[in-house]
Design a protein around this ligand. Structure first.
Ligand code: BTX
Length: 248
C-alpha cells in the first residue's frame, strides 16, 4: 500500500490502493451489519459528490467513508455531516491550512475578504433507516491532501498547495479522533461548526429545486439547517435541499 494505515483509531480500517467509490464499499459493509469501520483509499476512480456530481479523487488524497450505527432519529443525521466537516477542518488546521466550513458540506480555504474560497474537501453523507430510527450512516469524506492543485478541478486547492505535504496517517488519525469525539457529544457539534463557519454573516444565494433564496446567512439550527434573513423574513434551508450556495 502507498500508505500504512495501522491506526490507533476508534474505527477499524479497510484500506484500498484504488477503488471505485469508498462510499459504495461502505454501503455494502453497512448493509452486512458492520459498524465503526472506515473504508479508505489512496485513489478513487468513481468518486461521487452530491446530486450525482463527480468527485475527482487522484492518488495522494484522503478518500474515506465512515460507517456508524448511531441511535438517533433521521432528523439528526445532518449533524453527522456537520461533525464530519468540523473534524476535517480541525485536522486540516493542525496541518497548517486555514480551513473553514462552507455550509452545508464543504471544507474550504478563504481567498480574499469577499467570501470567495477554494475547495479543500467535501462530505457526502448517505444513510438508511426508518421514520424514527437511523439504521446506518455512511459519512464519505474526501480531502485533497498530497495532490498538486493543477491535478484538481478549477476552484479546488489541496493541503500540499496550502501548507506542504501532510503525514496522511496522522491526519486520518486526528480526523477520526475528532469525529469520534463529536459523535459522542452531538450538542457540541453546532457550536464547533459555528466557530469555523465561513458562511455565517455572509450574503448568500441558495439554489433549491423549489427556487432560490437570497439573504444573509445568520445561523444554523440544532439540526444543521441554515437560517437566512431575507427581505420577507427568516427562511430555513435543510442541507439536503441545497443545490448550490454562493456568496453574493
Ligand atoms: P459536491 O457535490 O458538493 O461537489 C462536487 C463538485 O465539486 C463537482 O461538481 C466539482 O465541481 C467539484 N469537485 C470535484 N472534485 C473535486 C475535488 N477533488 N476537490 C474540489 N472540488 C472538486 C462534495 O460533493 C462531496 C464529495 C465527497 C467525496 C468523498 S471521497 C470519499 C467518499 N467516496 C465518494 O465517492 N465520495 C465521498
Amino acid at each position: 500500500p502507498a500508505v500504512e494505515y495501522e491506526l490507533e483509531a476508534p474505527f477499524s480500517i479497510e484500506y484500498h490502493d484504488s477503488i471505485g467509490s469508498t462510499n459504495d464499499r461502505a454501503r455494502e459493509l453497512a448493509s452486512e451489519g458492520m459498524t465503526d469501520v472506515v473504508v479508505l483509499a489512496d485513489e478513487q476512480v468513481g468518486g461521487r459528490g452530491r446530486l450525482e456530481r463527480e468527485w475527482s479523487a487522484p492518488s495522494g488524497g484522503v478518500w474515506l467513508s465512515l460507517v456508524t450505527r448511531p441511535d438517533i432519529a433521521p432528523a439528526q443525521a445532518p449533524l453527522y455531516t456537520l461533525a464530519a466537516s468540523v473534524a476535517t477542518a480541525r485536522a486540516a488546521r493542525e496541518a497548517g491550512v486555514d480551513a473553514r466550513i462552507k455550509w452545508p458540506n464543504d471544507v474550504v480555504v478563504p481567498v480574499g475578504d469577499e467570501g470567495e474560497y477554494r475547495k479543500l474537501a467535501g462530505i457526502l453523507t448517505e444513510m438508511e433507516g426508518q421514520m424514527d430510527r437511523v439504521d446506518w450512516i455512511a459519512a464519505g469524506i474526501g480531502v485533497n491532501a498530497n495532490i498538486d492543485a493543477d491535478a484538481l478541478p478549477e476552484g479546488a486547492t489541496s493541503i500540499r498547495a496550502e501548507a506542504g505535504d501532510v503525514d496522511r496517517r496522522r491526519f486520518v488519525q486526528r480526523l477520526l479522533e475528532e469525529f469520534d469525539r463529536y459523535r459522542g457529544d452531538l450538542e457540541a457539534v453546532v457550536p464547533a461548526w459555528r466557530d469555523l463557519a465561513l458562511t455565517l454573516g455572509q450574503r448568500v444565494r441558495v439554489e433549491r429545486a423549489t427556487g432560490e433564496i437570497v439573504g444573509e446567512a445568520v445561523d444554523v439550527t440544532e439540526s444543521g439547517a441554515l437560517v437566512i434573513e431575507t427581505e420577507d423574513g427568516r427562511e430555513t434551508v435543510a442541507a439536503g435541499d441545497c443545490e448550490h450556495l454562493r456568496p453574493v
